[in-house]
Write a protein that binds this ligand. Structure first.
Ligand SMILES: C[S@@+](CC[C@H](N)C(=O)[O-])C[C@H]1O[C@@H](n2cnc3c(N)ncnc32)[C@H](O)[C@@H]1O
Length: 273
C-alpha cells in the first residue's frame, strides 16, 4: 500500500524509520543484483526498491521472526495476526496480559503475532527490552488501532525475493559479494551527550561499532561493493565517513510522542564506492 508520496509504508512502527528520506536514499543507491540491508528494522528501503535479490538482516530476533512467518505462511499468518486487533484488546489490562504471554511463550509463531500486536499498541511504537530480554514498553493508550492489512499484503509480495537473517552487521557486510549493494542504517549517533537518544544509543550501539561500520564500508568499497550509510551529521560522523561522498541535509524528526515536539536534525548519507 502506498501513500500520496508513493511510498510503500512498512507495516511495523520503527524508531529511525527512513520513510521521510527514502527518495534521497533511492537517488544515491547504486544499481546491483542484490540489496543487502544489515540494519533492516521496518525495512523501508527494501520495501521501496526493486532489486532482484535482497538480504534483510538485523540483530532483533522478533523482527526477523515475524518477517519469516509472513514469508512462509503468507495470508494464513496474516489472518492469525488479525485476531488480536479487536477494540476489546486496546485496553491496558489486555495489553499487559498479552505482553506477559509474549515474554513467556516458547512458541515462535505466537510470539511473532503478539509482536505485531505489541508494536501497534505500545507507547510510541517503541521496541525496548529489559536486561533479561523481556519486552517492557508500556501501553500506548491509542484511541483506535487499525490492523495494517494492506501494508502486510505488500510486504508478503516483496518477501518473495528476500532472505531474512538474524545476524550482526559485521558478518552481513563481510559476506557480501561482487554485484551486491549495501544500505546501512545503524542506530543514530547521539546529537549531543545530554540528548535522550544518547543513553539509548550508548546501550545498544557504541561509538566503536560506528567506527567499525565505517571501516568495513571502506573495505567493501575497495572490493567493488558499494555501501551507503545514513546517520546524523555530527563532527564524529564527518570524521569517520571522511573517505566517502557525503550528501548533507536536514530533516524534521519527532523527538517525543507529542506532535509539537519536533526539531530539525542534520542528516548525512555517506556513499563509499
Ligand atoms: C535505525 S534502525 C533501522 C531503521 C530502518 N532503516 C527502518 O526504516 O525502519 C537500526 C536497526 O539496527 C538494528 N541493530 C542494532 N545493533 C545491530 C547490530 N550490531 N547488527 C545489526 N543490526 C543491529 C536494530 O535492531 C534496529 O532495527
Amino acid at each position: 500500500m502506498t501513500t500520496k508520496r508513493n511510498i510503500n509504508v512498512p507495516f511495523l512502527k520503527w524508531a529511525g524509520g527512513k520513510a521521510k528520506i527514502i527518495d534521497r536514499i533511492k537517488e544515491l543507491l547504486p544499481e546491483g543484483k542484490k540489496l543487502i540491508e544489515p540494519f533492516c528494522g521496518s525495512a523501508t528501503v527494501f520495501l521501496n526498491t526493486n532489486y532482484k535479490h535482497n538480504l534483510i538482516a538485523d540483530t532483533n530476533n522478533d523482527v526477523i521472526n515475524i518477517y519469516t512467518h509472513l514469508q512462509n505462511e503468507k495470508i494464513e499468518f496474516l489472518e492469525f495476526c488479525r485476531q488480536y486487533f479487536i477494540p476489546e484488546n486496546n485496553e491496558a489490562e489486555k495489553f499487559y496480559d498479552y505482553r506477559k504471554e509474549f515474554n513467556e511463550t516458547d512458541d515462535k509463531r505466537l510470539r511473532a503475532a503478539l509482536f505485531l500486536y505489541l508494536n501497534k499498541h505500545s507507547y510510541n511504537g517503541l521496541c525496548r527490552y529489559n536486561s533479561s530480554g523481556g519486552f517492557n514498553v508500556p501501553f500506548g493508550k491509542y484511541k483506535k488501532v487499525t490492523f495494517p492489512e494492506n501494508y502486510i499484503l505488500n510486504f508478503i509480495k516483496k518477501a518473495k525475493n528476500a532472505e531474512f537473517v538474524v545476524q550482526d552487521f559485521e558478518a552481513t557486510i563481510q559476506n557480501a559479494q561482487a554485484g551486491d549493494v549495501i544500505y546501512c542504517d545503524p542506530p543514530y549517533v547521539p546529537l549531543n551527550a545530554s540528548n535522550s537518544t544518547f543513553r539509548y544509543v550508548e546501550k545498544i550501539f557504541s561509538m566503536a561499532q560506528q567506527e567499525k561500520l565505517a571501516k568495513l564500508a571502506g573495505e567493501s568499497a575497495d572490493k567493488g561493493i558499494p555501501v551507503l550509510v545514513s546517520n546524523h551529521l555530527t563532527e564524529f560522523t564527518e570524521e569517520i565517513y571522511k573517505n566517502a561522498e557525503l550528501t548533507k541535509f536536514s530533516v524534521r524528526r519527532s523527538i517525543s510522542c507529542k506532535g509539537d515536539q519536533r526539531e530539525k536534525a542534520s542528516e548525512v548519507l555517506a556513499l563509499f564506492r
